[in-house]
Design a protein around this ligand. Structure first.
Ligand SMILES: Nc1ncnc2c1ncn2[C@@H]1O[C@H](COP(=O)(O)OP(=O)(O)OP(=O)(O)O)[C@@H](O)[C@H]1O
Ligand SMILES: [Mg+2]
Length: 364
């Protein structure tokens, strides 16, 4: 899968642009405030139907305009899928996939598997388990076609259970939710666990290249201690506490991946640059997995590639991401250094005041 064409209208400071991508590696260069992240954000929007910077469309639509429009062509083994998306400040959106109106923005996720890496990505390790669950579920979603259905159903069930929790006086009143909840929780946990076990060797080998000085342990936690008792018992025994809190404290909604060095969470041990490398390793492993096992290609959006990384680390990273065979969109401020790091055939797009121009190789 690759993005072969992108058209942007009235998106942030990008007024109107049409870009074609011939090479796997696409470098986006330009000074602060020129529109590099906005370009990545537009691609992300086409992949997920939302932004990674704001959930308010009014912030994203260009000032003094009513709506933004994005159009792309996705190439999958020679088969081109056109996708068009228009979103207005008043909340209306129109999505067209292959010429047909599509009601759900979530349908976009089937076309462009994206991995985004930004300077804030280290929150994957330093932030709450929610971030790590999202990381894991991204991979399970693309790997296991049955996962999404279970995941969506359990989300709804938990919402209903939590609403009921606040009102009921005894556990018996809750039991109607719990039979299905336990069944689905076991399924989801198994799906996550088996995906994690398949991914783990790739995570370990990438981490070994990026952070060879550390002995890192990686463990999947399903959301309750299975070795102690089944989830049904947790749900019943936790009732007094859950009832007071108003939410369910055990279950797959509490799953996590625990990364530790000598027993301590990695976020407490590693520097910011090292944490960034760690996140790169995790996301590259997912991309490689998708490519080698599932024969799907993911697209990497890397914002501010060189921030917090020294020259040697940038070289190791550039070597790995170039070898990943994925399509890459990499933003940087300083073009000189990055051009040398990516010696393979690549395209360079120069961004200035929201205008994007491709630089021909002869002019570099
Ligand atoms: N809705 C909008 N309409 C018009 N311009 C906007 C809108 N939202 C943000 N901008 C402007 O778009 C410009 C580009 O922002 P962007 O974050 O893409 O820059 P950048 O090239 O990534 O900069 P940096 O190198 O500092 O990260 C900024 O000057 C910002 O003020
Ligand atoms: Mg930026």
């Amino acid at each position: 899968m690759s993005l072969s064409k992108l058209v942007i209208h009235q998106f942030r400071n990008i007024n109107s642009t049409t870009l074609t991508f011939k090479n796997k590696i696409n470098l986006i260069v330009g000074p602060n405030g020129s529109g590099k992240t906005s370009l990545l954000e537009a691609i992300y929007f086409l992949g997920l139907g939302r932004s990674f910077r704001s959930h308010l469309t009014s912030r994203i639509v260009q000032h003094d305009h009513k709506e933004f429009t994005l159009f792309s062509e996705i190439n999958q083994q020679g088969l081109v899928t056109p996708i068009g998306l228009q979103k207005s400040k008043n909340g209306d959106s129109t999505l067209k996939i292959n010429g047909a109106i599509s009601k759900k923005l979530a349908n976009l996720t089937h076309y462009l598997p994206l991995q985004l890496i930004t300077p804030e990505s280290s929150t994957l390790l330093s932030g709450s388990p929610k971030n790590r669950r999202a990381f894991l579920d991204w991979g399970v979603f693309y790997h296991d076609p049955l996962f999404y259905h279970n995941w969506a159903r359990i989300k709804r069930l938990l919402k209903q259970r939590n609403a009921a929790l606040k009102q009921c006086k005894t556990y018996n009143e809750l039991q109607i939710w719990d039979n299905e909840l336990c069944l689905l929780s076991d399924k989801i946990s198994d799906q996550r666990q088996s995906y994690f076990e398949l991914l783990l060797p790739l995570i370990k080998s990438t981490l070994n290249d990026f952070l060879p000085d550390f002995d890192i342990s990686c463990q999947f936690f399903c959301g309750w201690d299975k070795t102690n008792k089944p989830l049904a018992d947790y749900l019943q025994d936790n009732f007094p506490r859950d009832n007071q809190l108003g939410y369910t404290t055990a279950g797959p909604q509490k799953a996590d991946i625990r990364f530790k060095i000598e027993g301590f969470p990695v976020a407490d041990v590693l520097s910011r640059g090292q944490l960034k490398l760690f996140v790169y390793a995790l996301q590259l492993a997912q991309g490689l997995f998708l490519n080698s096992i599932d024969k799907k290609q993911c697209i990497f959006l890397i914002d501010d590639f060189s921030s917090e990384l020294d020259q040697t680390k940038q070289q190791i990273l550039a070597k790995h991401i170039a070898a990943s065979d994925a399509q890459l969109f990499i933003s940087v401020i300083d073009p000189d250094n990055i051009d040398k790091l990516f010696s393979q055939q690549h395209s360079v797009f120069h961004v200035e005041h929201g205008q994007i121009t491709e630089q021909l190789e002869t002019n570099r």
